[in-house]
Design a protein. Structure first.
Lengths: 258, 292
């Protein structure tokens, strides 16, 4: 680890590793004659993706845009808003923080069947599951972030005779942003999981979770892998998007200047 | 956190949540009550409505005491060997969790060792490890079932444990990379003056230095493994385990089964985190280490 990594190396190595895995996959499927119902070759998956773009697009809109995104903004805003309220009252902070921390560790995804019972088969129930799932990480991270300023900085604000709102806007919210983005990164991957799992409990005849279960039943494994690929791509793209926004917004933070 | 100091606020919050819950129970279940009353041609008084919403057998939202009594019925009053016993189902989920947790620790530590020791490993593995966590595991779940069956695994335990491990290896890996690279230049140089081989540097310096980081990651990791086990049961159409109970409750329209399984899962998750936290504290004290 004496040399520092060049930009080229940082891209070439992971891409090379990925290509190597794909190549080995393709070769072993062909050499060992693995049944396509068991494990289709990457080339077959590629063909399935190219051949069914409209279906994949319809599923993607249903699951990601309607289910996951709607849940994400609802749960995200609710989490941050409640964090701001809790932060104002020390009593609530002492009482809610441990409770929220506990909830954040629970398998909230288990609520999926109940939400489907309450809100029906369409995307509303998916958004509800996602909203609850992302709510707790957002709440906990925002609260952690709001506590991230030290007393020196808060004292400085007090010497400026800044009130609660001004301190919040000018000091504590900016200081909390790296934590909020951290929560958002956790939330994006949770959102996809929630939206897909909720579809296992009932959905209209489109959606990624629906497609995966039905195509699995027909042993159309290449289509299942096509959905897996799309969901992987979406998850990574969402994460990348959050990371990009974070870089722009919190450019002043030590972790972003390296 | 000083528990005695925050006990009062915590209890207040929990009490408030219970009040909200009871309120919601009345609101959500009353539609059904009014429906029934309209069909029977009667006009129920408010107190009748309230008492009815508390004891429906298939409520939209069961009241807290209903969930507690269902939990009591399915844990204490049922024999542990009965398939309806949540203890029986919980043990299955617990087994999956522990296998996944063990596997996750193993994978996480090995990956961290490769990443710290080899430059090529770090450059090619680290980005993929991050990408792996952005992939919704539930999409992969049916595939994992098929592939592990084809590989000769007779039970669902293997795919479920793999799913649990998939979620739980990441916190361990991240902490161990940090921990294994925590010895500074001074310490590494000292070992070089002893003429230590890379092997000795790894076992005598890097591994001991990483221990606090390792323990710190376990609590996160066990919670992730538990979530993974439940998600695994939900998405592999398992027939046993707490996740499977939720599925059954959903398919047969028995909300009480779902709620009881959900709360059993919550209690089990709490116990797991508490236990791992306790073990962590004991081990840390035994090794004379400090918190990170």
């Amino acid at each position: 680890m004496n040399r520092s990594d060049t930009q080229f190396e940082r891209i070439a190595y992971p891409v090379g590793f990925g290509l190597l895995v794909l190549l080995l996959w393709e070769i072993s499927v062909r050499v060992f004659g693995i049944s396509p119902a068991l494990l289709p070759a990457p080339s077959a998956i590629g063909a399935a993706i190219a051949g069914s773009v409209p279906i994949l697009w319809g599923d993607w809109v249903q699951t990601v845009i309607k289910g996951a995104m709607n849940g994400l903004w609802m749960g995200g805003i609710a989490g941050v808003a409640l964090a701001l309220v809790i932060d104002r009252f020390a009593f609530l902070k002492q009482g809610l923080m441990p409770v929220a921390n506990f909830f954040a560790a629970l398998p909230i995804v288990g609520l999926a069947p109940i939400m489907v019972m309450w809100f029906g088969f369409d995307w509303h129930s998916k958004a509800a599951v996602v909203a609850i799932m992302v709510f707790f990480p957002m709440l906990v991270n925002t609260l952690g972030g709001l506590a991230a300023t030290d007393s020196m900085q808060r004292d400085l604000m007090r010497t400026y005779s800044a009130g609660h709102i001004a301190t919040l806007l000018k000091l504590r919210i900016p200081a909390a942003l790296p934590f909020v983005f951290n929560g958002l990164k956790i939330a994006t991957s949770l959102a996809l999981i929630g939206a897909i799992v909720a579809e296992y409990f009932g959905s209209p005849i489109r959606g990624m979770g629906f497609r995966i279960t039905t195509e699995m039943g027909r042993l159309a494994t290449d289509m299942v892998w096509a959905e897996i690929f799309i969901s992987a791509l979406t998850g990574t793209a969402l994460y990348g998007l959050v990371a990009l926004i974070e870089k722009r917004v919190t450019f002043w933070h030590p972790s972003q200047r390296g | 956190m000083k528990l005695r100091q925050s006990a009062f606020p915590i209890l207040t919050v929990i009490a408030a949540l219970l009040v909200v819950w009871y309120g919601a129970t009345i609101k959500m279940n009353s539609t059904w009550t009014y429906d029934q009353a309209a069909r029977a041609g009667t006009e129920p008084s408010f107190s009748e409505v309230v008492s009815d919403t508390m004891q429906q057998s298939r409520p939209l939202l069961p009241a807290p005491h209903q969930v507690v009594s269902e939990l009591w019925k399915t844990t204490v009053e049922k024999k542990i060997t009965s398939k309806r016993s949540l203890v029986y189902q919980g043990i299955i989920t617990l087994k999956t969790t522990l296998w996944g947790f063990t596997l996750g620790i193993f994978i996480g530590v090995s990956l961290a060792a490769i990443i710290v020791l080899s430059r090529v490993g770090r450059l090619s593995l680290m980005p993929w490890a991050i990408i792996s966590q952005t992939i919704p595991i539930v999409a992969l779940a049916p595939m994992i079932v098929i592939l592990s069956n084809a590989a000769g695994a007779g039970t669902l335990l293997v795919p479920k444990a793999i799913i649990a491990a998939y979620l739980s290896f990441f916190p361990v890996m991240v902490s161990m990379v940090k921990g294994l690279s925590s010895p500074d230049h001074m310490q590494l140089d000292l070992l070089r003056t002893y003429g230590a081989r890379p092997n000795a540097v790894f076992w005598k310096l890097r591994v001991p230095a990483s221990m606090p980081y390792f323990f710190a990651s376990l609590k996160v990791s066990v919670a992730a493994a538990f979530v993974g086990a439940v998600v695994g049961e939900l998405s592999t159409s398992a027939i046993a385990g707490l996740g499977a109970r939720m599925l059954i409750g959903s398919q047969f329209g028995e909300p009480m089964i779902m709620w009881a399984a959900l709360f059993a899962a919550a209690i089990l998750a709490g116990l797991l985190i508490f236990t791992v936290g306790g073990v962590e504290k004991i081990l840390r004290r035994a090794m004379g280490g400090r918190a990170v």
